[in-house]
Ligand binder design. Structure first.
Ligand code: UD2
Ligand code: MN
Length: 336
């Protein structure tokens, strides 16, 4: 009898532990038994635990100078922190390919021309770039003359009625594209918003294992006011006392393998949220912010690399390199 009661209690306990952990956000893996190669790889990962209390980092010091390093010693790329001639010649020897995914569904195909033409002037000039344009209107992809080492592939995908679905489905599509092609075709990958233009150099100084861009709208905002997802029911939830920077969903970059991990994890978290009918405040951007909080990027791009045309110029941002164009939301999105 006692044995039966014990058995019931034990299976209840196992069930409880299972259900309470299986829905949680993937915790950093600290103590798995892993192969040497995986171990070396995971040593490069900068995972930080949940709930850690530390001061919010800033990218501009009180005297107005830009801060070129994050508190986990990742560089923050600003004008003046790198020598273009030196860094170009180092990377020239590496024979690398940079895949670049860009989504242009519905009326967003209108942004492709300026995006691609300005990229050709500024984006990895002299390096091998392969653009992968996802669209539901392949006939509207403009013929832009590409430089010798730049290629473009159009990938046709079904249309969507909600801009939110288009934006968040980028994670799943990026994950699948990496699995089907990019592991073989590229060294690095950037996923970029299409409603944007390049105005200045964006080159090999942006390459790193895992790269995020600091959103231009929040780089001087206290972390408790970041537009992170604040409902604990969502997998993207971040408590008000945590947070480094607010990262823009418009830029995700890094080694193909590391970007795959971002896309896969965010897609899994988005699926869990969808199964509970919850959509994070800023869709995949919220999940990306959660990912980057606990898996620190190895390199950060300053707001020079993610600006917004409507924002007035500021002292600290000397060069605007990539900027969101002004768009009439009602006119370009399929829904409000
Ligand atoms: C500067 C920045 O960090 N922007 C982010 C922000 O608002 P945004 O206002 O920048 O979002 P957005 O309308 O540009 O949508 C993101 C991207 O999805 C694609 N798209 C969207 C709608 C559509 O009808 N067709 C289409 O192709 C397109 O590539 C676009 O650039 O929040 C979004 C999530 O809510 C994304 O995380 C964006 O990256
Ligand atoms: Mn955008």
């Amino acid at each position: 009898m006692t044995l039966v009661v014990f058995g019931i209690v034990l299976s209840g306990l196992i069930y409880l532990v299972y259900t309470s952990t299986s829905h949680r956000y993937k915790q950093p893996r600290f103590c798995h038994k892993i192969k040497k190669e995986d171990q070396e790889n995971s040593l490069l990962h900068l995972q930080s635990p949940y709930g850690l209390s530390y001061k919010q980092p800033s990218v501009v010091s009180p005297d107005g100078k830009v801060v070129p390093v994050a508190p986990w010693l990742a560089p923050v790329v600003w004008e003046g922190t790198f020598d273009p001639t030196l860094i170009d010649s180092i990377y020239k020897q590496q024979n690398i390919t940079i895949a670049t995914t860009v989504f242009a569904l519905g009326k967003y195909t209108q942004f492709l021309k300026d995006f691609l033409e300005s990229a050709e002037q500024n984006y990895f000039v002299g390096f091998r770039v392969h653009y992968y344009v996802f669209t539901d209107h392949p006939e509207n992809v403009p013929a832009v003359k590409l430089s010798e080492e730049h290629n473009l592939t159009v990938l046709t995908v079904p249309s969507s009625n909600r801009w939110q679905d288009i934006s968040l489905s980028r994670m799943a599509r990026l994950e699948k594209l990496i699995e089907s092609r990019l592991f073989n075709e590229a060294d690095y990958v950037f996923s970029l918003d299409v409603d944007s233009k390049f105005y200045g150099r964006w080159g090999v100084e942006t390459l790193g294992r895992l790269v995020g861009a600091i959103h231009p709208g929040y780089y001087q905002t206290p972390r408790e006011q970041f537009p992170y997802e604040r409902r604990p029911e969502s997998q993207a939830f971040i408590p008000s006392a945590e947070g480094d920077y607010y990262y823009g969903g418009a830029v995700i970059g890094g080694l193909v393998k590391d970007v795959h991990e971002v896309a896969k994890t965010c897609r899994e978290q988005l699926d869990i949220d969808a199964s509970k009918s919850i959509e994070a405040a800023w869709q995949e951007e919220s999940h990306l912010n959660k990912y980057f909080l606990y898996n620190k990027p190895s390199k950060l791009l300053s707001p020079e690399y993610l600006w917004q045309d409507f924002k007035p110029h500021t002292n600290e941002v000397k060069i605007i390199r990539y900027s969101q164009v002004i768009k009439n939301y009602a006119a370009v999105r399929p829904n409000k």
